[in-house]
Design a protein around this ligand. Sequence first.
Ligand SMILES: Cc1cc2nc3c(=O)[nH]c(=O)nc-3n(C[C@H](O)[C@H](O)[C@H](O)COP(=O)(O)OP(=O)(O)OC[C@H]3O[C@@H](n4cnc5c(N)ncnc54)[C@H](O)[C@@H]3O)c2cc1C
Length: 405
Amino acid sequence: METLQTFRQDTRNWLEQNCPDSMRVTAGRSAPSETGDDQTVWGGKNAVFPSDDARLWLERMGAKGWTCPTWPTEYGGGGLDKEQNFVLQQELARIKAKPALTSFGISMLGPVLLEFGNEEQKQAHLPSIVRGEIRWCQGYSEPGSGSDLASLQTKAVLEGDHYTINGSKVWTSYANHADWIFCLVRTDFDAPKHNGISFILFDMTTTGVTTKPIQLISGASPFCETFFDDVNVPRENLVGPLNDGWTIAKRLLQHERTMISGMGMGGSSKKGANSIPEQAKRYAGESKNKIANAALRDRILRHQMNGQAFAVTLKRSAEEAKLSTGPSATSSMFKYYGTEQNKNRYEVMLDLMGTNSLAWEGDEFKANELSTTREWLRSKANSIEGGTSEVQLNIIAKRVLALPD
Ligand SMILES: Cc1cc2nc3c(=O)[nH]c(=O)nc-3n(C[C@H](O)[C@H](O)[C@H](O)COP(=O)(O)OP(=O)(O)OC[C@H]3O[C@@H](n4cnc5c(N)ncnc54)[C@H](O)[C@@H]3O)c2cc1C
């Protein structure tokens, strides 16, 4: 316990000295978004930083390994155990520090490389993820393979020392900004569909890779169509055994779903003027320090209670996970509930904003109204990305509740 207290004090001192003031104003955003005012630092060779302080913050956190606090130090990580990481997260929250780096490398690829990658692959990729030097995208979905992901058709053929890859992916988030891709390819067309898939990594600048951004109704282009025409990828870029990529693919999805489920925490924990109850008082009026409209009050209370219950359940599950090796099919429960809760939060927000929720552009709207409307629209995608809610319910039925097919 003494050691943990010393660690807390050292951490507090380090953050005091190294976290720039302008990085201590958590915007309260629940998840990275494509709403145009995004302050998220994604890293990569062509990284765009919202400020010099954001760049400095990433450099310092990356050098310390605290962008990936629990990864081993030999791969650039912080080498912290779970208790130390918990303290670090508390201290970051205490000073309202903005995340130094958000990336698919951290939340998805890194954990599976640690589990399934060979030593060369870990050395080659993990340190650059920690320091935010390489930005990754996820090549899973295809035009005919979304929920039924295992039916994917992108083909990789071994020819001497390399695979030749042909096919296309869709909804590849930020593929046009990514340096590398982690990709599912079919390497055996005769085997049952789950048994002919492999997991491979390659550079997005390789000849034959092209991306085409998809424009959304919001005007944003957060994802792309991605095409592979005779793309040569060194055979050593295959992760895990040939034709056993489905095991890795599923594990990565569990990490992705765990990350997405955190959205359900957004907002419920917000305190002060930006909390939903305080905003409700401003929009709907207050009576005796309560939200005046009883129906709205009831709805917000219900939402807040669900948020608190979800937070406590997540915490309990994290405690239980200390005893296991990693995420499991239960990540589908949290993904399902967390994304529904997040969507509900924006529905509540829009209801209480009334006609101001029509905000799209113009000086007559406040900045938070403009961003809330865009975030509401974005929240609809939460229960689709990383596998739809219906698919999560199927997984829960089969893998958690063990119900018959
Ligand atoms: C914001 C966002 C970002 C994304 N980023 C990426 C990315 O970076 N990389 C990537 O590879 N993909 C990405 N995706 C794609 C995402 O994984 C797919 O959209 C998702 O898996 C659903 O596939 P689909 O769109 O083909 O829908 P479909 O599979 O065609 O589903 C259509 C509808 O049918 C329902 N349905 C399908 N099968 C069943 C079933 N068996 N039982 C019950 N209902 C069913 C679904 O729930 C859905 O409502 C992203 C999607 C979004 C929205």
